[in-house]
Design a protein around this ligand. Sequence first.
Ligand SMILES: Nc1ncnc2c1ncn2[C@@H]1O[C@H](COP(=O)(O)OP(=O)(O)OP(=O)(O)O)[C@@H](O)[C@H]1O
Length: 891
Amino acid sequence: MATSCNIRVMCRFRPLNEREKQIKENLNVISFPDPKQVVITQSNNGQPPQLIPFTFDRVFPPTSTQDEVFETVHDTITDVLSGYNGTIFAYGQTGSGKTYTMFGPDNCTDTPEEWGIIPRSNLLIFNSIAQDTSSNEFSIKCSFLEIYMENIQDLLNPKNNSKNIKIRESKANGIWIEGLTEEYVGDENDIMELIAFGEQSRSVAKTKMNQRSSRSHSILIITIEQKSQDGSVKKGKLNLVDLAGSEKVSKTGAEGQTLEEAKKINQSLSLLGNCIHALTDLKREHIPFRDSKLTRLLQDSLGGNTKTTLMVTGSPHFSNVEETLSTLKFGARAKTIKNSVKVNQQKSAAELQAIVNALTKELGTLKMYSLGLENLVNYFKSPNYIPGSPIPKELEPKLIESSPSSTSTPSTIPTQTLPKSTSTPSNLSSQSKASNRHSVSLRPPSPLTSTSNSNGTKNYRNSIALSTSIDSNNSTPTSIHNSFDSELDSSTTSSNNNLFDPLAIVEMSIEIDKMKEENQILIDKFREEISEITIRCENLEQELIDTKQELQQSKGISEESQKTLLREQSSIKEIERNLRLENHNQKLELGLLEQRLEDLKLVACQVSQYLERKKAADYFDIGLDIPNQSTINNDQEEYNIEDIIRNLSEDEVLSMQVKLHLQNKAYQLEQKINQLESDHLTAENEIQQLRIKFLKLNNNNGADNINDDNELSNNINLNNDNNNIILDDLKNLKIINEKQLQEFNKFKEEMNIKMALNQNQIVALQNENQSWQNKLIQEKNLKQTSINQQMELGVKLNVTIKEYEDKQEQYKNQITLVENENLILVNRVAELELYSNELKDELASTQRLLASRKVVKIIRGDEKSMKKALESKVEFANLKSSLKKTGRSLF
Ligand SMILES: Nc1ncnc2c1ncn2[C@@H]1O[C@H](COP(=O)(O)OP(=O)(O)OP(=O)(O)O)[C@@H](O)[C@H]1O
């Protein structure tokens, strides 16, 4: 018989570790006012701190010993030895002491005082068996597994892990794991050796919070089976669970694989939290046990047939207060979960015999009940009966318990008495003379049929007997019955004692029960298979949806990357175009610069020619003004070469003009000099002629010629004066010429300076041009590199697109495969359902057949009485309704 019990929750705080001892702040955030209470002091944003109390079945402060802890949980082991299922599981933040509590510290084999719950439980099991005084046979099996990254790993046979270890559920065995290694063990050392062997394959890692952090949930399962001498079997299963700890990756510093593990651990703990939440939410009907392997394996321990103890562990340091609060809340919630527990027992042959006996007794009772009813109906049918008259005393139903027809009665059959009817029929006295009296027992509508309860034992309804006496000679007895089970109806309708074979009925009923059980097992198996297939279908559907989503996403990504690629390609093209354009422009610019350089060279040449001409002009002393505009402006912008050229071109024009002017002036000067020279020559000739004439006159005329001589000398003086004027002019001209020459030289110097400047400018321009060219080449190279890179990127993107397309294709194929598989599964489910229905039909028809066999047997025995009984049944029903109409009752 199942009893209800809450999950027992205990809470343990470990001492501060070395790291925590360094941070000497708020050391008293956790207090322990009594052995069942812990109070957390939480700071409250400048407000007075908030005190949060939690009450558990027991609270262990950091000073508690392993012994004290085990003292409070060891009754679980006793319960398992009595045939109950028991679970002890540790839950808490990483590094809070779960493994310490369950197993003990590392290398504690030789220090038993440090042993945790598991080694102590092993010892207790074998000590208890050794002290057992009964002659029971014990067999103990042990399994050890871990749930790592949502996969079950068989720690006793790692080879098994390549196979898909499945969780199964059946009515008889609850949750169990198919294919998990179960090792028979003979003493506690065997178990410890198995644990040591399994520990080698455990997944542990070093984190900032724990030097040896469990990266998986571990479960040690010890099954204890004991067979008593009478053949009954008791089977208790002990689950010892060390969960992986919840962790904040920011605190543990998890990365890489450890981070992935942390994610899975936190996820499965959160799913465990969901189940606890759902179990404590009265409105929730569905508990999501199937969401994770951990919750599925703990299903029996959470609200099922297991006595469960939860040990929540915490750190006493303020830096972990948030996690501690969450752990305590989890514990407080779990404390409200109720489990329904019972001893797992298979009945022995003797116990079964007792049940058969009880069944037989019930049958006898029912037979009498049937007879009593039949007699009563006969009375109602008899002419003696006056409707509304009271029932005769002889027929007055008496409340008696049917005498047992067998030696033993199962204790599960309590008896109860119904209130006696007050009406006593008086007009049936004649019939009460009957010598052959039957004891008739009336049962309220609670049938003989036993129903299998979840314990596997039979449940018998309360047996209430109502007896009356009747003359069996009165009339042929007919049977009447109320709303009993059909099996019972048919088996209890016979009034003929000789034809009634209770043993046959019992056998038949046992046979039916057996068949029912067998069929039930078969149906359960198929249901299980169907539910598994349904789950698989659901998983596949989910997988399909996920894959579709992934495909959609990858399609999106591929479309996005295609777009990006196109964008990149067009931007590459744009860049290329711009580069080409730039290149072209730079070439043009270069050409222009070269052209300008050429022009400058030309200008320089022209300037030097001009200077030559100027020199010539100075030589001829014709004066030449160089207009200011014609000078090359050195302050001009570097790139304003056109202005220079323009200015120099103007110079050129000017120089042409100057050249012409100089030529004219030189010509005029030449003319003038020639004129002066010829005048000078003419004057000298005249002087010479005058001298000759003078000499002649001197010779011919003596003194008379003195006047002529004076005249001549006057003429000569005049000529001399003229000559002197001309000479003065020539001197002046020479001075002017010299001035002009000086000016020319000055101008020449200036021009030389300017030419030098020009030359520098040309060189600077050439250098600049060269640097431009270099820059251009660099830029060109850079652009080329970038183009190459872009091209490479393009190629890579093309490869990626190709890969995406391939992947897409693969996904499509996968989807098709999954869909096909899904279809096959759906068909299989349909087939199984069909098969299950067929089986159900078969079962029903078997039941019908059995029932009909019974009916046939009875009809064969007394067909007439059966018919009559049926008629009477109708009559009885009519009678009841007419009585009801008149406001009277039958008894
Ligand atoms: N009650 C205790 N007394 C002394 N030391 C303890 C106690 N509880 C835990 N420790 C020590 O604290 C450290 C962390 O403990 P443990 O490995 O048991 O934590 P855990 O909760 O199992 O962590 P994880 O979830 O990361 O596996 C260990 O060095 C352990 O020896």
